[in-house]
Design a protein. Structure first.
Length: 136
């Protein structure tokens, strides 16, 4: 598993726990030891990036997640989409296709059998409309 994949999965763990416990992800990030992964800085960037842009990210999910209310969406899926949207919209270092591929592969491993296709669909729509999505 690549170092960035490990960072994404650890970010997912933190965001998932924050959702479950209704607590601040940034606080959990500071409480968790992360020295054992080589991409600790990337893990921090993912969690803090999602936290910083969460309102806009959730607005985008709500807009493009056809047929699903955010509260009904599996917590893993919701947070995988948040991470991928942060990478797609605010992290120019990551190619859009890589962000989608990583989210889909992690969903295949950790979520429901339909999650990967659903996540791929949402992220694909966002990428197609990326140039007209207002980030402010």
């Amino acid at each position: 598993m690549s170092a960035r994949r490990k960072a994404r999965k650890r970010a997912l763990d933190i965001l998932f726990e924050a959702d479950m416990r209704n607590t601040a992800a940034a606080t959990l990030l500071e409480e968790r030891p992360i020295d054992e992964i080589s991409q600790a800085d990337y893990l921090r960037a993912l969690v803090l990036g999602v936290v910083e842009h969460r309102e806009k990210i959730d607005e985008i999910i709500h807009t493009y997640a056809e047929g699903w209310d955010m509260d009904r969406m599996p917590i893993i899926d919701r947070n995988l989409i948040r991470i991928a949207l942060y990478e797609i919209l605010w992290n120019p270092e990551v190619d859009d296709k890589v962000a989608v591929s990583e989210a889909v592969e992690i969903a295949q491993e950790l979520s429901t059998k339909d999650s990967a296709a659903y996540i791929n669909g949402i992220l694909g729509r966002v990428i197609l409309l990326k140039s007209v999505i207002s980030l402010s």
